[in-house]
Design a protein around this ligand. Structure first.
Ligand code: GLN
Length: 542
């Protein structure tokens, strides 16, 4: 019997609802339960695939190839449960499905309305293939938004359909401190709960974000005015690192309160793995500086999984990872390359799209290769390393990617542009619109014997997640290998290069996939562990 926990947010956005949901999932797991997390996003975009990382942060890709909200990354990192396509839906997707059904005549000429058709489609989504003990459903946005009303109505109905024994409503709010008055204010929380009640939802648990202790009297007041049990007003204080959150929630009784609501008994949670991580983070043996050369550096959320994966690599090596954000076009200015890059212990060129700043990324790859600085190129970062090798080692001066326009020397291009006889393009979707032309999700990669990649993974094949349109052109493999760039991973049919490396370099690896999406604090990705180890070694050298 699956129980559903619905998580809404109030007062302001950016309170960390995704993290709160993920951490509650981890606490329930630590008590021996199975969990799955889902996210309902109120915006009209059909999926986040085409949304700008500037506005929306990273687009997280699931194993089964769905482009989803970055909160799903938090869920996976905290619970270790791989998300699926069926774990994230937007208003746009719900409407587009309902409209498609209407066009097919599925509603037999009836009037199609928000209630019941849209709300039923939402309910169907929430309930679909739920086999775990708990499904935690996060509702994006803030209570009071016009857009989230159909979602709130759907979960309100589910509260009735399922009953208290199977549904719980948790509301995350803010208790601000007003310095001029020297007081904590509970009114925003009261108003937010009123807003929820006005759509028929009575929260069972309030999780109150606050930057200082909420005294018992204020908690009592919140309980009384919001019609919840006193023990169900749980403070959520700021913590020094996110992996402290499940520990802190337990300390303030959140998981207990959930079990109380459902009338469940369970073992005390085993939070030791989280304690160990926090201890390592607080007592590192040293520090490494990683330079991230990218385009979206004003908004670190655009690289959320990447920065998390680097932290995981740091934890495994007992070092703090300090990030230096470098705008790639800065490296296009005379003299900057040496000055900026010489201070780093390692260079990272992450995923990216479009031509702007690419010369800077290529310059970073060249600097790393020539100066033996550890280099990790992810997706676009691998493509840039390949262009660098083609231009500066193989003498293909005009080597380019067809992503930047027609080129005579397409080192990187759409497979259709360079595949010979019978070459078919791998893809998951038959749509021809922008949302459907990428290689998305898990694909197998065969590792070449005797390479560093093979050694790091310790297996012959790996499954890694992809999100890209262009591929490194395998027809140039021989020419590049002759000059020292080894192709150490390929698709099983040998047509798509997946990993490249320089065997005579301390650590230089480019991967066509996104290993950061699979890294977890309790199970760090081997490439990140190895990369940070190389950075640590270099930090002792220079
Ligand atoms: N723009 C490149 C492509 O589409 C790389 C994409 C990425 O880095 N995720 O192939």
């Amino acid at each position: 019997m699956t129980r559903f926990i619905f998580i809404t947010g109030g007062v302001v956005s950016s309170l960390g609802k995704g993290l709160a949901s993920a951490a509650l999932g981890a606490s329930l797991q630590a008590r021996g339960f199975t969990v799955r997390l889902r996210k309902l996003d109120p915006y009209i975009n059909v999926d986040p695939g085409t949304m700008s990382p500037y506005q929306h942060g990273e687009c997280y890709v699931t194993e089964d190839g769905a482009e989803t909200d970055l909160d799903l990354g938090h869920y996976e990192r905290f619970t270790g449960v791989s998300s699926r396509r069926s774990d994230n839906v937007t208003t746009g997707r719900i409407y587009s499905n309902v409209i498609a059904r209407e066009r097919r005549g599925d509603y037999l000429g009836g009037t199609v309305q928000v209630i019941p058709h849209i709300t039923d489609a939402i309910k169907e989504f929430v309930m679909s293939d739920a086999t775990e003990d708990f499904v935690l459903v996060e509702i994006g946005g803030t209570v009071g938004d016009i857009e989230s009303l159909p979602f709130l109505e759907a979960i309100r109905q589910m509260g009735n359909d399922l009953g208290d024994g199977r549904a719980l409503f948790m509301h995350l709010t803010l208790v601000p401190y007003i310095s001029s008055a020297g007081e904590l204010k509970t009114k925003p929380t009261q108003h937010s709960v009123k807003e929820l009640q006005s759509v028929g939802i009575q929260p069972d648990i309030l999780l109150c974000r606050c930057d200082r202790e909420i005294p018992i009297n204020e908690r009592r007041k919140i309980a009384r005015f919001c019609n919840v049990r006193e023990a169900a007003v749980i403070p959520a204080y700021d913590v020094d690192n996110i992996y402290q959150v499940p520990i802190s929630y337990h300390q303030y009784g959140l998981d207990n309160e959930v079990l109380y609501h459902f009338g469940l008994q369970a073992q005390e949670p085993d939070l030791q793995p989280w304690e160990d991580i926090c201890n390592t983070i607080r007592n590192p043996e040293g520090e490494v500086t990683i330079g991230i050369v990218g385009k979206y550096i004003q908004l670190p959320d655009a690289y959320k999984s990447l920065t998390e994966a680097l932290t995981h690599g740091g934890i495994a090596n007992k070092v703090r990872v300090k990030l230096e954000w470098i705008a790639s076009d800065e490296l296009e200015k005379e003299g900057n390359v040496n000055e900026i890059l010489s201070k780093l212990d390692a260079i990272m060129v992450p995923g990216g799209f479009g031509e702007r700043g690419t010369e800077g990324k290529i310059a970073a790859a060249r600097y790393a290769r020539e100066n033996k600085v550890p280099y990790f190129g992810i997706c676009f970062g691998m493509q840039m390393a390949v262009l660098e090798a083609a231009r500066n080692l193989a003498g293909l001066k005009d080597a380019s990617s067809s992503e930047f326009g027609p080129t005579k020397t397409p080192l990187v291009g759409l497979m259709t542009e360079w595949a010979k006889d019978g070459g078919s393009v791998e893809r998951r979707s038959d749509d021809d619109d922008l949302g459907g032309t990428m290689r998305l999700g898990n694909y197998e990669c065969k590792l070449v014997d005797g390479t560093r990649a093979r050694e790091i993974y310790g297996s012959e094949t790996v499954l890694e997640r992809h999100r890209h349109r262009y591929e490194v052109n395998v027809n140039f493999m021989g020419q590049l290998e002759e000059k020292g760039l080894k192709f150490s991973g390929l698709s099983p049919d040998g047509r798509l290069p997946e990993i490249v490396e320089y065997p005579d370099h301390p650590w230089f690896i480019g991967v066509q996939f996104h290993p950061e999406l699979r890294s977890r604090p309790l199970d760090p990705h081997p490439l990140f562990v190895s990369y940070i180890k190389a950075a640590k070694e270099r930090s002792r050298l220079v």
